[in-house]
Design a protein around this ligand. Structure first.
Ligand SMILES: NC(=O)c1ccc[n+]([C@@H]2O[C@H](COP(=O)([O-])OP(=O)(O)OC[C@H]3O[C@@H](n4cnc5c(N)ncnc54)[C@H](OP(=O)(O)O)[C@@H]3O)[C@@H](O)[C@H]2O)c1
Length: 249
């Protein structure tokens, strides 16, 4: 039977590349984001991709859209929640409004999507929820107070949900990309080490999601393993190293 996936954040960057990858592998793809024209363009070039526009901040509409996905597909095997925003220039100034906006999209928007599929997967007693977080969730980084906090919260949420859903035979995965060249990172004004293409990210995520065991899918490993070191390093060393990095750029 044809496999089915729902991807949010599918109008650009990682989500878009992932939608194309899954469609090329013969999956039926429900693609969501706000920009309907971009989703329709995807559909024009890939008949397996179907457009389901939504704003993840609107809890009610996310639930309705998921019902429409199920009406069309009848079932769902995986969902990948890849919606995210980042505003490095605005984050240079501490603004509670900006942090709230980022949390509303990145954290609560993803939570709205998880809540929409919650009872469907629990009743089905199978399924797979993948949450796109970031290595930026490992530790607090400069000029990213909202973004890092939203990703740390998502990473922690994925870990907690892993236990809750396991009891119902529903898999939860965490996706932690390093730097990927997308409109989101195009806003960064610093050199991004080992930056990769969205197609590279899509390939890694595709392989990772179809593996039986892995909880966290992180890439490129040469970069993410280094960031994992930052995570376990004592605070004084972490602050010294990152502080030195800021001075250089
Ligand atoms: N690029 C990286 O280096 C990197 C690294 C680690 C993690 N990530 C994460 O990967 C995910 C994808 O990012 P990306 O780099 O591919 O960025 P991107 O190209 O800017 O894609 C972001 C996607 O999120 C959608 N989106 C934003 N706000 C939305 C909302 N309120 N409702 C529905 N959709 C919304 C956007 O579509 P619309 O504007 O059409 O709604 C777009 O499809 C994000 O969670 C990001 O934090 C990226």
């Amino acid at each position: 039977m044809t496999k089915k996936i729902w991807i949010t954040g599918a109008s650009s960057g990682i989500g878009r590349a992932l939608a194309i990858k899954f469609s090329k592998e013969g999956w039926q793809v429900a693609a969501s984001a706000r920009r309907e024209n971009l989703l329709n363009d995807l559909n024009k070039n890939n008949t397996n991709i179907h457009s389901f526009p939504l704003d993840v901040k609107d809890e009610k509409s996310v639930k309705n859209i998921f019902q429409n996905v199920i009406k069309k597909f009848e079932t769902l095997d995986i969902c990948v929640f890849a919606t995210g925003i980042h505003d490095p220039e605005a984050e240079k100034k501490l603004s509670s409004e900006k942090i709230r906006e980022i949390m509303e999209t990145n954290f609560f928007g993803t939570l709205n999507c998880i809540m929409a599929v919650n009872s469907f997967f629990r009743e089905k007693k199978s399924g797979h929820i993948a949450i796109v977080s970031s290595v930026a969730g490992y530790r607090g980084l400069p000029a990213a107070s909202g973004y890092c906090a939203s990703k740390a919260a998502l990473t922690s949420l994925a870990e907690s949900l892993y236990f809750d859903f396991k009891r119902r035979n529903v898999k939860v995965s965490l996706i932690s990309p390093g730097f990927i060249k997308t409109p989101l990172t195009d806003k960064n004004r610093f050199p991004m080490p080992m930056i990769k293409s969205p197609e590279y990210a899509a390939e890694k995520i595709f392989i990772g999601l179809l593996k039986k065991s892995a909880f966290e899918i992180h890439f490129p490993k040469s970069f993410t393993m280094f960031v994992k070191l930052l995570k376990i390093m004592p605070n004084w060393l972490f602050f010294w190293l990152v502080g030195k990095g800021i001075k250089r750029f």
